[in-house]
Design a protein around this ligand. Structure first.
Ligand code: FES
Ligand SMILES: [Fe+2]
Length: 323
């Protein structure tokens, strides 16, 4: 009987990018008329804010001779002008002007991505076949609630695939080994009837700062984590991802706490979370993605996560149907 494959030729089987909403910038970081380079989904993109204030995300390489619109491209009204020969592209992607030629070629256009600005961030909808959003971004009511502190921000470049980072929250066992918790916190993973939204409840009453954790995962790379330390002592952390490549992800975290515990929890909690993340780094930086992991009976939450996450990828059948 063969127990181990004779030769596993492709050890790292990192998947493509899942569909969903991903952040590309915080709203306050993109001023009117500003142009930025954005790397996401293994692509080079350009992000800019038009004179009327709209955020636009497009493929960065000019169809003319391939200049990068994100480097010295200029906002002109509601459009962007290429730095190389001055071709100007509108926010729908069509070339609107070639300064030295009357006739504009049919194919002179760039891909425009579906963007929505909400909750202080600029989000892009990603779908491998470029179809429109299948669900809406959730509201984040605490951001405008005077009972909650103004948000604290943190950003991290994580050397891992966006799916593997999301998987971490459904992995209670690693809290004992990687994050030095005294034992494995009792945890439960449930999935809403719609099949898409995943909830993780974790009882961290034995942790250094005892709490009850509830993570709502809307898609890989978008989650809201609520921690309750006692009546009125609550913390909320929004967590959105920008998958740069299949091996690197930028995480944007937004933390707010109830005013009652601001002095106690605000900065310390943020620092604790940042320290916690650095525990995960050596694992993430050196691991491979196992498409078919060997699971044991104690891995129920991980098994559920892997079943849940499949819906965010196209199956072979989907691909055949649209081919
Ligand atoms: S490369 Fe953009 S106008 Fe020529
Ligand atoms: Fe972790």
């Amino acid at each position: 009987m063969t127990i181990v494959d004779a030769c596993e030729s492709r050890t790292n089987t990192t998947p493509e990018f899942p569909m969903g909403w991903f952040s590309v910038s915080r709203s306050q970081e993109l001023l009117v008329g500003e142009v930025q380079q954005v790397q996401a989904f293994d692509r080079e993109l350009v992000l800019y804010r038009t004179r009327s204030g709209e955020a636009v995300l497009q493929d960065a390489y000019c169809p003319h001779l391939g200049a990068n619109l994100g480097v010295d491209g200029r906002v002109v009204g509601e459009s962007i002008r290429c730095p190389f020969h001055g071709w100007r592209f509108g926010k729908e992607g069509k070339c609107e002007e070639i300064p030295y030629c009357e006739e504009i070629p049919e194919r002179a256009c760039i891909r425009t991505w579906h963007v929505q600005e909400k909750n202080g961030e600029i989000y892009v909808w990603f779908h491998p076949e470029n179809t429109g959003p299948r669900w809406q971004l959730p509201d984040l009511p605490e951001l405008d609630d005077p009972n909650w502190t103004s948000p604290r921000y943190a950003e991290f470049l994580v050397p891992a695939h966006v799916q593997d980072i999301a998987e971490n929250s459904c992995d209670p066992v690693h809290f004992q080994y990687v994050h030095r918790q005294p034992d494995v916190p009792p945890s439960q993973v449930t999935i809403e009837d719609n099949g898409r939204i995943l909830h993780l409840h974790s009882d961290a009453s034995k942790a250094e700062i005892p709490s009850q954790l509830h993570a709502t995962v809307y898609s890989p790379g978008f989650a809201i984590v609520r921690n309750t330390y006692g009546p009125g002592a609550e913390m909320v952390m929004y967590n959105s991802a920008q998958p740069i490549s299949r091996h690197e992800t930028k995480m944007r975290w937004t933390l707010t706490v109830r005013r009652e515990i601001e002095d106690l929890a605000g900065d310390d909690v943020m620092k604790g979370i940042i320290d916690g993340l650095s525990d995960d780094y050596p694992i993430w930086a050196n691991k491979v993605h196992k498409r078919r992991p060997v699971f044991c009976k104690g891995d129920e939450t991980l098994v559920l996560f892997r079943q849940w996450v499949r819906q965010f990828y196209l199956t072979e059948n989907d691909r055949r149907e649209t081919a």
